[in-house]
Design a protein around this ligand. Structure first.
Ligand code: FPP
Length: 253
């Protein structure tokens, strides 16, 4: 993953290039309506469709969404099965349009544990859109930040053991090149709807200097207006990357 492009003196850029979203609140949305959780997840797919369009409309280039975590396997088997069916539901209805509109789809996370049919579906979506570069949609599925860091460490250790790398080769950039997010810019903004305020193992390495915004809306209700509000809050942030603001540099001098 590339180092942050902005320098501290640039402060808050008006527009994040890369937004990441924890799509949370499907279960509560369904419960409030007296519906099974599965219908909340299906409504979550509709919110994803709306949000991809909204993000492109608002000038975002990279959108990364959390669809299934390495910890979600601990949910009841019937709910896991429903969650496993969501990529199929999404790709069957939208992959042709995503392909046509120049969206490159990438699914990050462990492929082990997924059914052969799902892996083929993911590979097909990635292959069909591989040449696109108008918008980048990354779906984190069977993804965990800690798992990804452990996998990256293992891959680097294997390279050392095979004589392809030396321990002294390892710095932040070299390590990031072994992560599932290699080649993506770090997320400028991570949004979590549903009122919960935590990362839940999402993009742990990549979030080092992300701005975090928590919104009081359940994911199935999410759309253009909520994303606009998140961007407005982001625009008011002062990004310093551990340095000091330019005014304070002058004041200190
Ligand atoms: C968390 O909400 C949400 C999930 C575990 C699933 C998120 C998935 C989608 C929104 C659709 C994804 C689409 C694709 C293509 C993968 P929750 O169920 O934990 O909600 P709760 O906290 O209210 O119970």
């Amino acid at each position: 993953m590339a180092a942050p492009e902005k320098t501290p003196s640039e402060g808050a850029p008006a527009q994040p290039l890369h937004v990441a979203i924890v799509m949370d609140g499907n279960g509560r949305w369904a419960k409030r309506r007296g519906m099974p959780r599965s219908l909340g997840h299906r409504a979550g797919v509709e919110a994803l469709k709306r949000t991809v369009s909204a993000a492109a409309e608002l000038g975002i280039r990279w959108l990364t969404v959390f669809g299934f975590s390495t910890e979600n396997w601990s949910r009841p088997a019937a709910e896991v099965a429903e969650l496993m069916a969501l990529p199929k539901r999404y790709f069957e209805s939208d992959i042709a349009r995503l392909e046509r509109e120049g969206v490159r789809v990438r699914v990050i996370g462990r492929r082990e544990g997924l059914s052969g049919e799902l892996v083929r579906l993911i590979e097909d979506a990635e292959a069909r859109t591989a040449g696109n570069d108008a918008f980048f949609l990354n779906i984190a599925f069977n993804y965990g930040g800690q798992a990804d860091i452990a996998d990256a460490a293992r891959r680097f250790a294997e390279a050392v053991a095979a004589g392809r790398a030396k321990p002294s080769d390892l710095d932040e950039a070299a390590f990031a090149s072994h992560l599932a997010t290699a080649g993506l810019p770090p997320p400028d903004l991570i949004v979590r709807p549903s009122g919960e305020q935590r990362l839940s193992n999402f993009l742990l390495w990549e979030a080092a200097y992300s701005e975090l915004i928590f919104q009081d809306v359940l994911w199935p209700d999410y759309g253009l207006e909520h994303l606009k509000a998140a961007l407005a809050a982001y625009a008011a942030r002062d990004r310093r990357y551990g340095a000091v603001a330019q005014d304070d540099v002058l004041a200190a001098g």
